[in-house]
Design a protein around this ligand. Structure first.
Ligand SMILES: Nc1ncnc2c1ncn2[C@@H]1O[C@H](COP(=O)(O)OP(=O)(O)OP(=O)(O)O)[C@@H](O)[C@H]1O
Length: 241
């Protein structure tokens, strides 16, 4: 059973790309309706963790639960139907499709077509620049707009858990601030749960409820984000500021 109120539970997960694992017995718990930020040096295993949770990589050991349900052996498309959305590093926007077509991809699998259409309109209300560029091609967008598009596409599927890999990558601080504020708004207004991987430690810890520090494939600390922000020793040891 999952702990009460935890949407995502990761226990003793070992995973990687070949014989030698990248993740060594990773433990992580994300309560429903909260934002958790995974931070740590390059190569700590943050991206690998997200890819393992979203089913891109199969864990060699351990278990992962979403809302109390074991995800072992569940195909990726079923994970999406159960409420998981993964926005990978590099975002996966399709440059040859329009903004509207990219967004609709996020809801193609949904049986409730009326609600998929409603979700699409909500995304346009949330991201006004996308509404103005509905007919533009993906490759015509700025970096910030592409990030919005990738996020918007995930939201069209009305996920319960959003896995976000480096949403700030290559974006101006003003745009990063806007995206972080939006994550908070979604958490507060819709109860969305977010697991966020970020190099930009300051903005990640400023938006998150919980901070998870990874080093060499292990979780070294998991604590309220505000405590991590104020912990000078920990910041020096693992976060480089
Ligand atoms: N496709 C892959 N094949 C083999 N090894 C990989 C692959 N992707 C990552 N690795 C290795 O896994 C380890 C962890 O990488 P990962 O990308 O998960 O770290 P990260 O914390 O997300 O760092 P970064 O911020 O640099 O992406 C690294 O040693 C990396 O070389």
């Amino acid at each position: 059973m999952s702990e009460r109120g935890d949407l995502l539970v990761v226990r003793d997960v070992v995973a990687g790309y070949g014989a030698a694992p990248v993740l060594h017995a990773v433990d992580l718990t994300v309560p429903a309706g909260t934002i958790a930020a995974v931070v740590g040096a390059n190569g700590a295993g943050k991206t690998t963790l997200l890819r393992t949770i979203s089913g891109v990589l199969r864990p060699q050991a351990g278990r992962i639960q979403l809302a109390g349900e074991d995800l072992r052996g569940v195909p990726v498309e079923r994970l999406v139907q159960r409420g998981m959305a993964h926005v990978p590093e590099g975002r996966g926007v399709i440059g040859e499709l329009t903004v509207d077509e990219n967004l609709r991809l996020g809801g193609l699998w949904r049986r409730d077509r009326a609600d998929a259409a409603r979700a699409l309109e909500e995304v346009y209300q949330l991201f006004e620049p996308l509404a103005r560029r509905r007919r533009h091609l993906g490759h015509q967008l700025s970096g910030g707009e592409r990030q919005m598009l990738a996020l918007g596409r995930a939201l069209v599927g009305r996920p319960r858990l959003l896995l976000l890999d480096e949403p700030s990558l290559g974006l101006a601080p003003r745009v990063v601030a806007r995206i972080m504020a939006l994550l908070r708004q979604l958490r507060d207004d819709t109860g969305l749960t977010v697991l966020l991987v970020e190099q930009n430690v300051r903005s990640a810890l400023s938006v998150a409820d919980q901070g998870v520090v990874m080093s060499l494939g292990r979780v070294v600390t998991s604590a309220p984000a505000a405590d991590l922000r104020d912990d000078v020793d920990l910041r020096h040891a693992y976060l480089g500021f």
